[in-house]
Design a protein around this ligand. Structure first.
Ligand code: NAD
Length: 495
């Protein structure tokens, strides 16, 4: 059986003693094994990144952007290949996998503009014949630790900007979806990136802890569940690193009584069941305001029943969950919701998938009359389970969202501009959609949530990403001329 290896210093490095199985979630079959790094493997990856750093940071911006453009061209011409890899290890349908690659590619395109983004400022004659200018410089080796649900896009939120800015990178992909990262490593090599600038360390907690504590790793970008994000933030900052740790989510969509209910029902389906709900921007709680709830639930149920669940390579609407354990966990939440007294309108536990073998399927599931004390409301389920919570007013809906410990994404559906504007102003969430259910910002804006959805100060990509992967320096300059002699031990005055 094929073993997916590390990629260190421009070539594959074989697995040591520890490996883990990798499955195709649509068939349930183990398709490969993945290396699980030892501390020594982690040290080797960091050493390669450290050795490559001085030459890479001194490589001209012109040359760096040429390599980025080549990577973009190769990615664009071969993205179907990468999408097929994502579908075979994650399970999401092929179209969705292609969408993920496209969103990642947009960050590569943004990073191609790095010469402009790294421009500093200049002040002439700040004091008499004294000038000041600012520059931004690379940090060194940086670690990117990513979750299973976006094997290509999430690493691409970070590495194009990190590399463009002159850093070297060690990626630790999720052990459930290890192939996309090494596929991209090969692409970088073809694009002309020097060895050691982009490294992939396969593994689990051992690999993560090695990166979080290694003195030569200067910054950590993490994306995953909230408890691990918090752990990563605390451990890496205690080890002197700059950290952005994006965590889990529980995203709400408000539907006001004046909204177009067909548009809102379509949006709830797309945002609730796209990628089988395994998106940090998925809508999992729908707050139906006033007397529209019966009609809205009927429209969503009709659409949910019409979805085809199955193998993502067969043109289905929705694929499987990532592992058998995760399928069981999601089904367990459906059991718990039923036991707690929520109305189970569409039950995905009994879905008949269009797939061969024993895939990890739960079909679209819709609950009505959910209350905020139920576990299906409180917890991030990360599956195709949409909960409708009935509320009496906009104020009650807003208070529900603001009381939630997560603050990643949210959306409001309404035709009332004043209500939408109020929501935008009042809601305590990092990314807001107005009649847009999954408001993922474009590459030139920054992605990130509030509260338990992000630990650290900077969001991903956009100019915040450039700021994260560089540090500023201010330089004060005076070119002496003969009129400037003399000794003065006082602190310089503004003159
Ligand atoms: P996860 O937290 O289990 O894993 C994320 C990464 O951490 C993986 O690389 C994994 O190997 C590593 N890891 C797991 N356990 C660890 C431990 N004990 N110590 C150190 N490292 C450990 O998350 P996941 O299941 O892969 O991904 C789903 C989660 O990611 C969801 O909670 C989802 O909301 C979140 N997510 C958030 C965003 C965002 O932008 N906020 C984006 C995508 C996913």
């Amino acid at each position: 059986m094929n073993t997916i290896e590390h990629w260190i210093n421009g070539s594959y490095v074989p697995a040591g003693e520890r490996t883990a199985p990798v499955s195709n979630p649509a068939t349930g079959k183990v398709t490969a094994r993945v290396a699980l790094a030892s501390v020594e493997d982690g040290n080797a990856a960091v050493a390669a990144a450290k050795a490559a750093f001085p030459a890479w940071r001194d490589t001209s911006l012109a040359r760096r952007t040429q390599i980025l453009f080549s990577f973009r061209e190769l990615l664009n011409s071969r993205k179907e290949e990468l999408a097929a890899i994502i579908t075979s290890e994650h399970g999401k349908v092929l179209d969705d996998a292609l969408g993920e690659v496209t969103r990642g590619q947009e960050v590569v395109e943004f990073a191609c503009g790095i010469p402009h983004l790294l421009k500093g400022s200049y002040t002439e004659n700040a004091s008499t014949k004294v000038d000041i200018h600012s520059i931004r410089q690379a940090l060194g080796p940086v670690a990117i630790i990513s979750p299973f649900n976006f094997p290509a896009m999430v690493p691409m939120w970070f590495f194009p900007i990190a590399i463009a800015a002159g850093n070297t990178v060690i990626i630790k992909p999720s052990e459930k979806v290890p192939t996309a990262a090494v596929w991209m490593a090969e692409l970088w090599k073809e694009a002309g990136l020097p060895d050691g600038v982009f490294n992939v360390l396969q593994g689990d907690k051992v690999a993560v802890d090695t990166l979080l504590t290694h003195p030569d790793v200067k910054a950590v970008s993490f994306v995953g569940s909230t408890p691990i994000a918090k752990y990563v933030y605390e451990t890496a900052t205690a080890n002197g690193k700059r950290v952005q740790a994006l965590g889990g989510a529980k995203n709400h969509m408000i539907v006001l009584p004046d909204a177009d209910l067909d548009l809102a029902a379509d949006a709830a389906i797309n945002a609730g069941f796209g990628s089988a709900g395994e998106r940090c921007m998925a809508i999992s709680a729908l707050l139906a305001v006033g007397d529209i709830a019966d009609s809205l639930v009927a429209k969503i149920a009709e659409r949910a029943r019409g979805l085809r669940t199955g193998d993502g390579l067969r043109g289905c609407d929705m694929g499987p969950l990532v592992t058998a354990q995760h399928r069981d966990k999601v089904a367990g939440y459906v059991d718990a919701g039923e036991a707690a007294g929520a109305t189970l309108v569409v039950d995905g536990r009994s879905v008949m998938p269009d797939a061969e073998g024993e895939g990890f399927f739960v079909g679209p599931t819709l609950f009505d009359n959910v209350t905020t004390d139920m576990s299906i409301y409180r917890d991030e389920i990360f599956g195709p389970v949409l909960s409708v919570v009935r509320v009496d007013s906009y104020d009650e809906a807003l208070a529900t969202i603001n009381a939630n410990p997560y603050g990643n994404g949210t959306a409001i559906f309404t035709n009332d501009g004043g209500a939408a504007r109020r929501f935008e102003n009042e809601v305590e969430v990092g990314m807001v959609g107005i009649n847009v259910p999954v408001p993922v910002p474009m590459a030139y804006y920054s992605f990130g949530g509030w509260k338990n959805s992000l630990f650290g100060d900077t969001h991903a990509h956009g100019t915040e990403g450039v700021g994260f992967f560089t540090r500023g320096k201010a330089v004060t300059t005076r070119w002496l001329d003969p009129s400037h002699g003399g000794i003065n031990l006082g602190f310089p005055q503004n003159n």
